[in-house]
Design a protein around this ligand. Structure first.
Ligand code: 0O2
Length: 269
């Protein structure tokens, strides 16, 4: 197949990966803007390289005319969660979406691979709009914790290095570290609520500070500079207390001041 043809084949997959990553990133943003804990921590995506596609087709005896159906991970998205419990939440978010149709699921959390690999995989159908009209493509979504991802990344590089012929002492270390990762995920899950509370607290604080700064900026347009300077000084004082209740109170006061200016401008009309 000519290079140009590969480009044409892979082009809609590039679009699918970009769109999917954007949608999951937006989900993170939506949670954070609403002061909610996001079950998704990070998302990344890639289109499989031509080398990797050909290697998989050779390994699995896939003929060229079956490539797009049988190589299910030409488009790949990886979702990283903080805690194992989040994986199920993310999977059900995906299952309930109208724009992603589930083809199959593989639960390598319940059925850990021989290698020690753990992750939750979904193969979805996803439609992109191209110049030639809609194209329904397959994409693989891998959902795993940060700890699982750390292990899988290292193991993947070692597999690549040893090309299926891993020395026993390395394989043994990997098995032991896979067990350590299971313990780490369990330990983290046991303090999940405390961690989420702490993260929510700092997220709320960041959101209030963002809103306060926006209010000050708006006041700058309508009030005099001296008053805004005073408000800024007061903001810094409240900010330094690191007390969320004081920040909330200060925010409410700013709302009242802004309301006063709004009323004045209506009267003046
Ligand atoms: P890439 O793009 O290099 O990650 P197969 O390729 O036969 O293993 P299959 O049947 O297509 O897999 O589906 P499966 O088992 O769900 O695996 C698909 C992907 O999961 C792999 O993609 C890996 O990314 C990941 N994976 C599966 N098993 C392991 C494992 O033992 N270790 C690590 N580190 N990752 C694994 P590819 O094909 O390797 O491509």
């Amino acid at each position: 197949m000519e290079i140009q043809l590969w480009r044409n084949i892979l082009c809609p997959y590039e679009l699918a990966v970009k769109e999917l990553v954007l949608k999951f990133e937006h989900m993170i943003e939506e949670h954070r803007q609403n002061d909610m804990y996001s079950p998704i921590e990070q998302v990344s995506g890639r289109v499989k390289s031509v080398y990797s596609i050909l290697e998989k087709m050779q390994r699995k005896n896939i003929p060229m005319n079956r490539m797009e159906e049988d190589v299910e991970d030409i488009a790949g998205v990886r979702i990283i969660c903080q805690f194992e419990e989040d994986i199920e939440t993310v999977a059900s978010i995906i299952q309930n979406r109208d724009d992603m149709e589930i083809k199959s699921e593989k639960d390598y959390l319940k059925h850990i691979k021989q290698s020690g690999y753990r992750s939750y995989h979904l193969i979805i159908y996803y439609t992109v709009q191209t110049l030639d009209g809609p194209r329904k493509l397959q994409a693989e979504i891998q959902i795993r914790t940060m700890a699982m991802n750390f292990w899988a990344t290292i193991e993947h590089s070692l597999q690549y290095k040893y090309k299926g012929d891993m020395p026993p002492h390395v394989a043994e270390r990997l098995t032991r570290s896979a067990d350590a990762i299971i313990s780490l995920d369990r330990e983290m899950s046991s303090v999940r609520n405390e961690i989420i509370d702490a993260q929510n607290y700092s997220l709320m604080q960041a959101n209030i500070v963002k809103d306060i700064l926006l209010s000050i900026e708006n006041l700058y347009r309508v009030s005099n500079q001296r008053e805004v300077m005073k408000i800024q000084d007061e903001f810094l004082r409240v900010f330094n207390t690191k007390d969320i209740q004081q920040l909330e109170r200060f925010h409410r006061q700013l709302d009242i001041i802004a309301e006063g200016y709004r009323a004045q401008s209506v009267e003046a009309m």
